[in-house]
Design a protein around this ligand. Structure first.
Ligand code: GDP
Ligand code: IMO
Ligand code: MG
Length: 426
């Protein structure tokens, strides 16, 4: 039965949480496959706003199985806090499972994230959550996994293996006092105690659900242009946030993934450093930011705003094998008399239609815009295609044709009911 993947097509914050929540109504399993609590997914249910960083957005429905897959890096403190946050709001986390293979974000990862960022000549603007350093240790084979954390003997032994070297780096390079193994052991064992009964072979769990014919939704974090391989490196995160990460990050066969939904804002935003060809550093960008409330869910930073970039989304269609687009925040464009869409780049007088892989070329690219008429009407109450003004329909059809991917869902507000579903995922 179907495994559907949902990915961000830009630089994150496309509204993946909201779209996951809408699709999750018909899913039995919702799984995260990469990233960690650098993500901030906002879901509005019955006028209550939930901000999730680590736990899949499917948790807001009773009874759904939620999985934190092996490809995720887990901060145990954040996990426990998020479980409490949900509990305090009457949301059960009974059906949450965490892969024993997921790597743990240790306190030294968080400290190193900040120290390394400070020391960097070219800032990335990381979320400071320890994501990069945790993935470094995973690939260095110096990581501590959830399966180690919940086993006291193994946890002690892993700490003895790895902490001395971390402390040397912290002390000798950064002048940081370092960490005491006993203190970490006590604190982190206490966190582990709160979720040890949910630690599982989540690949097996997902496969059993698949064999039983259940619908499985994989919730991506970040976005295609933050992908470690395919994003605007080095201004990226440290995981494969594009659809290629699903199979490895959950332990599912890629042949079982039957659809890939690309969540895309009706314009563009970016938080953190790095190139952004359609960025608007003027009153138009400010108006998008204010109307879209474009301030980071995780760090509260103002997001950089710009027009829709079809060159980028064409690339996202290719990298992810997108089967449908979920266009979000369309209502933010209600205020504009005319709306621009970047359809190509001008690089030293030469037109580029595909996204350049060389950042130096990208930095010199100037957007070539098409200008479309705005609708200047409130569309936040639209529930069907026919409720949209013809200019909005034209805009949507235009971007769909430009990027070469069919429209699947349109979002006109943060709530569940502010969604137009053109074709079902399940
Ligand atoms: P994510 O990281 O991709 O899940 O996105 P975020 O939650 O970080 O940012 C998206 C923001 O837009 C959140 O505040 C959502 O509540 C909000 N949002 C999602 N869809 C829509 C929409 O169609 N219209 C408006 N106005 N807001 C939306
Ligand atoms: P969601 O899932 C937007 C950005 C950071 C920084 C870069 C690297 O909410 O879309 P990291 O802490 O991952 O090492 O930071 O990636 N970033 C995000 N930007 N949305 C996110 O997640 C992000 N997660 C990381 O701002 O530029
Ligand atoms: Mg976000």
């Amino acid at each position: 039965m179907p495994i559907a993947a949902l990915v961000g097509t830009q630089w994150g914050d496309e509204g993946k949480g909201k779209i996951t929540d809408v699709i999750a109504a018909k899913a039995e399993v919702v799984a995260r496959y990469q990233g960690g609590n650098n993500a901030g997914h906002t879901v509005v249910v019955d006028n209550v706003t939930y901000k999730l960083h680590l736990i899949p957005s499917g948790i807001l429905y009773p009874g759904k199985i939620c999985v934190i897959g092996n490809g995720v890096v887990v901060d145990p403190k954040v996990l426990v806090e998020e479980m409490r946050y949900l509990h305090d709001r009457g949301i059960s986390t009974q059906n949450l499972f965490i892969s024993d293979k997921a790597h743990v974000i240790m306190p030294y990862h968080k400290v190193l994230d900040k120290l390394e960022e400070d020391a960097r000549r070219l800032k990335i603007g990381t979320t400071g959550r320890g994501i990069g350093p945790a993935y470094v240790d995973k690939y260095m084979r110096s990581g501590i996994r959830i399966g180690d954390l919940v086993n006291p003997t193994r946890f002690r032994s892993r700490l003895a293996d790895f902490l001395p070297m971390k402390n040397r780096i912290l002390r000798e390079i950064y002048g940081h006092p370092g960490f005491d193994p006993d203190q970490i052991f006590r604190e982190y064992s206490a966190y582990a105690q709160e979720f040890r009964d949910r630690v599982a072979d989540t690949s097996l769990l997902v496969d059993e659900a698949r064999r039983a014919g259940k619908n499985i939704l994989c919730e991506g974090a970040q976005g295609t242009f933050l992908d470690i391989d395919h994003g605007t490196y080095p201004f990226v995160t440290s995981s494969n946030s594009s659809a290629g990460g699903v199979a490895a990050g959950l332990g599912v066969g890629p042949n079982h993934i039957s659809s890939v939904i690309g969540v895309v804002k009706a314009y563009s935003t970016r938080v953190g450093e790095g190139p952004f060809p359609t960025e608007l550093k003027d009153a138009v960008g400010d108006l998008i930011r204010e109307r879209g409330r474009e301030y980071g869910t995780t760090t509260g930073r103002p997001r950089r705003c710009g027009w829709f970039d079809a060159v980028m989304i064409r690339y996202a269609v290719r990298i992810n094998g997108l089967t449908g687009l979920a266009v979000t925040l369309l209502d933010v464009l209600d205020a504009f008399e005319s709306i621009k869409v970047c359809v190509g780049y001008d690089y030293r007088g030469q037109r580029l239609d595909s996204f350049p892989t060389d950042l130096e070329i990208l930095q010199e690219c100037r957007p070539i815009f098409a200008e479309l008429p705005g609708w200047q009407r409130d569309i936040s109450g639209a529930t069907g295609w026919d409720d949209l003004p013809y200019q909005a329909q034209h805009y949507l059809n235009f971007i769909s044709e430009e990027v070469g991917c069919p429209l699947q869902m349109i979002s006109v507000g943060p709530r569940r009911d502010q969604t137009i579903v053109l074709s079902d995922v399940f």
